[in-house]
Every structure is written in C-alpha cells, then in structure tokens.
Design a protein around this ligand. Sequence first.
Ligand code: SAH
Ligand code: SF4
Ligand code: F3S
Length: 460
Amino acid sequence: MLARRIPRNPGPDAVSKKAFVKSYGCQMNAYDAARMADVLAEQGFSATDHVEEADVVVLNTCHIREKAAEKVYSELGRLRVLKDARQLEGRDTRIVVAGCVAQAEGAEILHRAPVVDVVVGPQSYHRLPDLLARSHAKRVVDTEFPVEDKFDHLPARRTAGVSAFLTVQEGCDKFCAFCVVPYTRGAEVSRSIAAVVAEAERLAAGGVREIGLVGQNVNAYHGLASDGGTATLSDLIRAVARVPGIARIRYTTSHPNDMGDDLIAAHAEIPALMPYLHLPVQSGSDRILAAMNRKHTGDAYRRIIDRVRKVRPDIALSSDFIVGFPGETDAEFADTMRLVSDVGFESAYSFKYSPRPGTPAAERADAVPEDVMTARLHALQALLDAQRHAFQRAAVGQVVEVLVEKVGRRPGQVAGKTPHLLAVQFDAPTSCIGRIVPVRVVEAGTNSLFGEAIEAAAAA
Ligand code: SAH
Ligand code: SF4
Ligand code: F3S
C-alpha cells in the first residue's frame, strides 16, 4: 500500500537536527506521520528524505497483513547498520517504531530489534519529545490509550501541500473477523465539528485546497455539533465546505452499513464533495460476508450503489476485496467476480487473505491453499484493471477540472487530479499549483492521463 515520506519542512529554528519519517499503511497513518513530523519540527528537527542524515528515524508501521508487518523488521535490519555507522562517527541516531505494529506488538519489538529506542502507539505520539528524551537512559514503550486526547496536545499543523488528510474519526467497533484495526486502533471516537473546522481553516490558510476527511470508519462519524448535539459525516462535510479556500472534499474509508440517506444526499447537494466513493465490500458471496462478520449481503451493497448513482450518476466507485478468506469456494469467488462485473469500479485494492494474530478468522482450520489464492487474486485484478482502463479511456476527449498539486514528471509539466481522482499531467507553469484548471484529456497512459490546458488564461 502507499508508503509516504513527509515533505521537507525546515522550520525557522531548525539548524542541524533532522528527522526522517516514513509511513506505511492507510491514510490515517499518513496523517499521523505528518503530525509526528509537526511534533518533531517543534523540537527543532527539520524533515529530511535522506535517512543517512537523520538524527531521528520514525517508522510509522501497518499491521493489517503479515507482509506489511514483517516489512518493518527488514527495514530495522538496514537501520541497524546505519545506526552503527553513524555511531562510529560520533553521531547518535534515535530509532522510533510507531503505528499499528507498535500498538500490536509493544515491548516484543524491543526484544526482536535491539536497534529500536522508542515504541509508540497511534494514540500516544504527542508524547514523542518526552519519550525520546527518556530513551537515552532506557528504551521506552508507550502503547497506552491515554485519557488525554492527543489532538489537544499536538502543535499546530505545519506540513501541508495542496491536498491534505485530516483525521476526523478513529477506531472501529465493527470487528470484521479478519481485521486487526479494532485491536490496534481501539473503539470508535469522533472529533468535534469545531476541532475539525479549526484544523481545516489552518490548512486552508497554509494553501490547502482539498481535504480528505479520514477515519477507519469515517461514515460512522458522530462528533459533537456546535449546538451540543451529535453531528453526522454529512453535517461535517457541510461545515468544512464553508471554510474559505477549501474547494474539494473527499472522505475515506466508509462501511456499507453506515451509508446513511443524508450522506448519499450530500453527494448531490454539496458541490465541494467530489464524485468519488471508496466503499469496501470485501466479497460478493453472502456466505463469506457472513463469515467475515460484515453484516451486509452482496445485494445490500448493490442497492447502496444504486441509491448513490441515482443522486450522482457520474460517481466513481472504488472498493477493497479479500480473496481466499478461509473456506471460500470457487463458486463463492465467482460471486465476487460477478459483483465486480455488475457494479463496475474505477479503482480498487485487492488482497490475499492474511491470518492475523488475535482475530477470530485466524483460528479457522479451513485455509484456502496459497496457489488457489494467487490464481483468484490474478483473475480479480485482471477484471479490476480492465475496468480501470476503460474508465480512463472514457475520459479521453473530455474536459476535466484538474486541481494542480505539484510539478509533473517531465520539465514544464504539472500534475494534479480530476474530481474522479484520476491523475493528469499537462504542460503549464508551476504558478498554477493550487489552482483548478480545465484540461482536455488527449491520452490515457497506464497510471496517468495526459492533457492540454484549454484556457490560456487559466494556465498563465
Ligand atoms: N476500515 C476500512 C479499511 C480497513 S483496512 C474498511 O472497513 O474497509 C483496509 C483493507 O485491508 C480492508 O478493507 C481489507 O480489504 C484489507 N484487509 C484487512 N484485513 C485483512 C487481512 N487480514 N487480510 C487481507 N486483507 C485484509
Ligand atoms: Fe477492519 Fe472491518 Fe473495521 Fe474496516 S470495518 S477497520 S475491515 S474491522
Ligand atoms: Fe494499517 Fe493500522 Fe491503517 S493496521 S491500514 S496502519 S489502521
């Protein structure tokens, strides 16, 4: 999945100390990584993309599948060599393991990887300065779910860009049988509308035009409203849409059972809410969905999609799929393929089932053989790829509104995203970064569209 480095951010007081923060896993981890960079920036650490020059290295880890979790240990192996080499030069390197592996494995990480100085969970990273200071005397672990709210203790946001994530809800009460998130992130908690709007205003003041509202189960959002009542995600989207400067809003990740009528209606009513929905379904088989404890059927999912498409016919859909859940038969996998054919997705993530310690599904004895899982994953991905390419090809010839985010791959080019989250590259000066430019799509590449700005004035 996405691994993201935090952009360079030299603060005024940053002279020599440097921090390297690398994030694995979901958008919430990306958000947390940005906030850890903020915490470190306040301590005088400027961000670096070069791990060799870092005085603090933070690995913000993901525990969702075995491969993701194991990646941390190979990375720590490399860091050990680096730390030793720097030590010979008389330079100290603090190694921090944060995120969901930290939460799940805690002190075990210290035993397995002597190079680690600090283990810190997703709810405690506001304490990073204190933990780093204490680690000189003794290696430390902090995986508490503290009584204080980390958001109240984080410094103001510094790292941003044109498009930024903003965590509005954390944790999950759904307990899908395969998933570690309810254990690593705890119960559902929502931030208040006021706190989210204040952070959105800060981001907008720093030049952010697009906000991705992030939560493990973001459409279960139930934050404190300004009138003292409880707000839903659609209320929150409306409030963020009123923040001057914010042109685009997205949200992720949603659960089908929390797709309320008001949220669906919001897709028709709020112009800033982009026509894009990531709604994981996992499987198209009702028996497998029940075994996964998803509490919805394949048809219930189809009906939700029908309702969304009724109010927003051009919506682009995205989803997550797991193949080879224990006991999944060929016929049940065929149900997943049928659902994909019926619905049609612009993009999707698909994974082989990975048994995770502590989850109910990991206890099951009817594992699907690896070769069968591999064949199913290939078949599913071939179908999803074909749908993605068809969606991209359909954009050729159209004029799309591109929010320009950064310089493009080739000199003279800039890169941005369409409302449907398709990446577009086109020739324009860098002065249009942060602006929405109408672009005619002329070609569809594998991962990007190529286009021409149609208004000379817009690209000037
Ligand atoms: N809260 C979100 C995302 C959870 S994690 C949701 O409810 O959809 C992101 C995706 O990882 C999941 O949607 C699922 O497809 C996948 N995933 C989670 N646990 C997994 C496991 N044990 N094996 C394989 N894939 C898994
Ligand atoms: Fe995991 Fe299910 Fe919660 Fe998503 S809804 S985070 S898949 S338990
Ligand atoms: Fe991974 Fe934790 Fe996110 S397990 S997907 S980083 S919530």
